[in-house]
Design a binder for this molecule. Sequence first.
Ligand code: PRX
Length: 704
Amino acid sequence: MSRKNIESVLNEERLFEPPPAFAAQAGIRLEDLAMLHSRAAADPVGFWGDLARTELIWDRPFTQVLDAGGAPHYRWFADGRLNVSANCLDRHLEARGHKTALIFEGEPGDTRRLSYRELHAAVCRLANALRRLGVGYGDRVVIYMPLIPESIVAMHACARIGAIHSVVFGGFSSVALRERIRDAGAKLVITADGGHRGGHVIPLKEATDKALAADCDSVEHVIVCRRVSQPVTMRPGRDLWWHDVVDGESPVCAPVPVDAEHPLFLLYTSGSTGKPKGIQHASAGFLLGAKVTTQWVFDLREDDVFWCTADVGWVTGHSYNAYGPLAAGATIVMYEGAPTIPDGGRFWKICETHGVTIFYTAPTAIRALMKLGEELPARYDLSKLRLLGSVGEPINPEAWMWYHRVIGRERCPIVDTWWQTETGAIMISPIPGVTPTKPGSCTQPLPGIQADIVDEAGEPVTQPDAGGYLVIRNPWPFMLRTIWGDDERYRSTYWAKFQNRFYVAGDSAHRDADGYYWIMGRIDDVLNVAGHRLGTMEIESALVAHPRIAEAAVVGRPHEIKGEAVFAFVVCRGTRASGDTASLVAELRDWVTQQLGAIARPDDIRVTDALPKTRSGKIMRRLLRAIARGEEITQDVSTLENPAIVDQLRGVESKPAKRKPVKKKQKPRAVSREKRKVPKKKQAASTRKSAKMARRKVAPRKRR
Ligand code: PRX
């Protein structure tokens, strides 16, 4: 973003009322929303209890809505029993059996449609096969697949028999896959021979084999779906073809009623340490959140064609592909590949071909497609679109306006939805027929969600535009329950900061004079690269695992498309020959890709003789961030142990300085860090996040 754009952000005063044509037909009108809010405020527990009774089908009704044993552990609808898959599929068989549940388009252009009846049969067949292979209640199944219908079939097959699924994004490396399989103690892995992405075949089975080559004794079987028809190695006794295991299985499988609190899935996400966290979600609460938020936020109607572009490897693909829209009886679209194959018009072509009415994507995709110009979307008939959504990171007003004008043709409301893997479903978002929107703001909390912004002492920040910690004051049914196998980390990450008084999201935010929320970014050491969370410590651990690297520090820098990019500073073990920096950098980038996956690949790596440390040994991350952003250095560097290193870090002096060789490889945990604070200074950075921080300096905006 240019300076001019930053200025436009600083002066952001635009307010968009819901288009009258949309508002006139919306499922939730002003008075409905007011009623939902007042009911939820008066009795939040009763509010969720009523919704759970009316929206979900129970095998055994619950008698108590919330059992607040002891914060931060909450149990919702605990003595009730239901089955999540039956709530998404079986419930529609009578009225919507022949309705299309899923429209699939592969990257090469192949398409498939599955009715609710067909999806149900496919799920039952696989569920029966899983049972036959010994998978039962509470067993963990890792799903590592391309974005094809079978990924959703696999998730529902697990849910149907009470097995817990953990989907690992197909872009993750075999090392990352192994770590997740081990942590979850998975009994079975479901994968594919490969998937199509960006014009390439992603060799998923090969990666699975590598992952399973060591330390994965819990895995008894691997089911392999044929997608790309590439030769793969099948290990006798362990590996089975999907089409073989379902062959001859009955298309009927009675759903197993599970306790409301039974874990539906684990989903690993990055935190501020090197080890990803297995976020654990409960069955009934998660399903309720996914379903009602789909209805509220996306104004779902019977004839809608709903396309959420997220992969099922992310939480968005869980809540708004696999569960929410299906529970609500919608038709979903699923596209396997990249938005630019064969050209940047692919998304818009899919919208036209399949008559997409609701389109939900990430700002990174919008920015990437925006760069390609207006001519591509103009080629397609987007007249069926009626609602647009954004998720995963702050959307900069420039991208918001483009989305509104070029894709929405100034006719579609935009819902900018704030939520997290941990929250299970959307928490802060406009209600499209009611809430006026402001480009860059996720507006206001949904009914039943008591969000707030607090200061260091946990006191509400009341001054408009002053920043603070984004917290949620009350428990909600779709919140995470714990971190798999590490409850202590659950408590310390989300609750300890304010002594269990509220859930701490890990984001900073501010609220304007209209009570609208503006997310400013993470307050911990987590980057948001292309809408995906990456822990800086995770990348540092990967870098120091390389035999030539002694120390590493990773920070984020603004990136035009991805929002944030990974910038690594590394120190070599022993002495460094001056000529080999470029080859080392290339090697390290590949290394990180191998260790973690392509999304973690650093954009920049700067090889240096030392990291900037205070005399007490702390890495000065704020300084590194300023350097990575190419900003002027305003920090006091006199406290640095080695002030001369600054020029080298800035890339001004490239010749290696003489220094003592580092003998011991530094353990990742030994990298100490100063706490990340929200910078107060106006910065010439190019993301909206930085611009928003800067905006705190200007007077509150007024509605036009
Ligand atoms: O920093 C926030 C950002 O994404 C983080 C959650 O990431 P993840 O668990 O991977 O889930 C992404 C999809 C829900 C948040 O802590 N984030 C998510 N949505 C928004 C956002 N930041 C600003 N605006 C949003 N709409």
